[in-house]
Design a protein around this ligand. Structure first.
Ligand SMILES: Cc1ncc(COP(=O)(O)O)c(C=O)c1O
Length: 413
């Protein structure tokens, strides 16, 4: 494919160059229609049994996007008091928030308890804390089903080498602590890792998880976690996550569980990336081009402070080169390093990437930037964080987060 943004009319008739001139770069640009579409898709993963999809807001906490999730009927999960506060500000009632923290203080736990927000405990130690501050209470426990998956070892969150969840051999201790504090274990949850396109490991984990679930009595809900992948190699025509096949295979596994358990608890999932990644591109300006010892470099204002995934996880993001608002043809490609303006050798957005010729003044348009993009931004090298804009269904563009200013950098000192 020569240009994804042109194929899907991402800017809805607006000229990306004009958008970049008006709102400046670097700039996160979201597309309302694509995000609503993905949010709707995750709400249909299970239709045969009671089911809710929780958008995992760590992927992107912009309140305007949370409001889209609210309107699309999704519930949400939160990892921290800050994320609960974001959800409250967006209008989510307590019943639609699931708190899934790890290693939090009693004070942070109490914030959720005081609001009646269902909380999942990620270790026996945290379950003890919950029991001490909320005896007689209701909660969930995060289980490690023993199988992990993900695009990088840093995002595999189940299996033998992870800090997350309670291992199967400790299940009896959950019941002991529950008895000690008169707790009701209303649900169990898992999250095996992030970004899988092949759903077999997820299904294997789900089967293990459901076998473990049988040990719990009277469960109100069972939450399978998130991790559904998205095609980051769009320009090479990578196929999307095969949702229909996944749904069918998962529902077959659920049929057996429901028969064995005697009834269907509420099933949940927690997708983050799938909801927001593809509905966002990141626009940056090319400020320098050079050859260093035979290697070509394009220097942009998209540093690792703006998008850290490539430096942190060696993640791939497709890059389109835009000139005068149009995608430059990909007929003639040569290798180039696309980098940012941060003082780190690891500040590389795309390494030896086959791209059309890049000229000073071009725009680099980074695809699939909506998940773990802005939410992982920093002010490293004292660079204010970028702005975020939303291309609405009607083609209008609204600012959903202002660009930080230099004053903002000084505000807390
Ligand atoms: C507990 C939990 N649930 C859900 C998610 C969302 O994962 P993804 O964005 O890959 O769907 C994560 C991601 O780290 C997580 O830790």
């Amino acid at each position: 494919m020569n240009s994804y943004i042109e194929a899907v009319d991402f800017f809805k008739g607006n000229n990306p160059e004009k958008v970049a001139e008006e709102f400046k770069t670097p700039l996160y640009v979201y597309n309302e229609e694509i995000i609503r579409n993905r949010m709707h898709a995750v709400s249909q993963v299970i239709t045969k049994y009671p089911y809710t999809a929780n958008y995992s807001i760590k992927a992107n906490t912009n309140i305007h996007l949370l409001k889209l999730a609210l309107e699309e009927g999704l519930n949400c999960d939160a990892m921290s008091e800050g994320e609960i506060r974001m959800l409250e500000a967006a209008g989510f009632p307590k019943e639609r928030i699931f708190f899934v923290p790890n290693n939090v203080s009693a004070e942070e736990m109490k914030y959720a308890i005081d609001r009646g927000i269902m909380t999942s405990l990620d270790s026996l130690s945290q379950l003890e804390t919950f029991g001490e501050i909320n005896p007689g209470g209701k909660c969930a426990v995060r289980i490690n089903p023993g199988v992990g998956a993900g695009h990088h070892e840093k995002v595999v969150t189940a299996g033998k080498k992870t800090k997350f969840g309670v291992a199967e051999e400790d299940i009896d201790k959950i019941f002991e602590i529950a008895e000690k504090y008169n707790l009701t274990i209303a649900g169990i949850n898992q999250h095996i890792g992030s970004l899988f396109m092949d759903y077999e490991p997820f299904l294997a984990a789900a089967q293990n998880f459901l076998r473990i679930a049988l040990k719990f009595k009277n469960l109100e809900f069972v939450d399978f976690g998130g991790g559904y992948g998205i095609p980051y190699h769009k320009l090479d025509d990578e196929k999307p996550f095969e949702m229909e096949g996944f749904k069918k295979a998962l529902e077959e596994i659920l049929d057996k569980f429901v028969a064995d358990y005697g009834y269907a608890p509420l099933f949940k999932s927690e997708p983050g990336r799938f909801c927001v990644a593809e509905g966002c591109v990141l626009l940056g300006r090319v400020h320098a081009v050079k050859q260093n010892n035979g290697h070509a470099y394009a220097g942009t204002d998209i540093g690792m402070n703006v998008l850290v995934r490539p430096s942190m996880y060696d993640s791939w993001h497709d890059v389109e080169v835009l000139r005068d608002g149009k995608a430059v043809s990909r007929d003639n490609l040569s290798p180039i390093n696309v980098c940012g303006n941060i003082c780190e050798s690891g500040d590389l957005l795309a390494k030896d990437r086959m791209l059309p010729e890049i000229k000073k003044g071009d725009l680099a348009c980074v695809l699939d930037a909506g998940a773990y993009g802005y939410s992982m931004c920093s002010t490293y090298n004292s660079r204010p964080r970028p702005a975020e804009v939303l291309v609405c269904k009607d083609g209008s563009i609204k600012t959903i987060r202002k660009r930080e200013t230099y004053e903002d950098l000084f505000r807390l000192m």
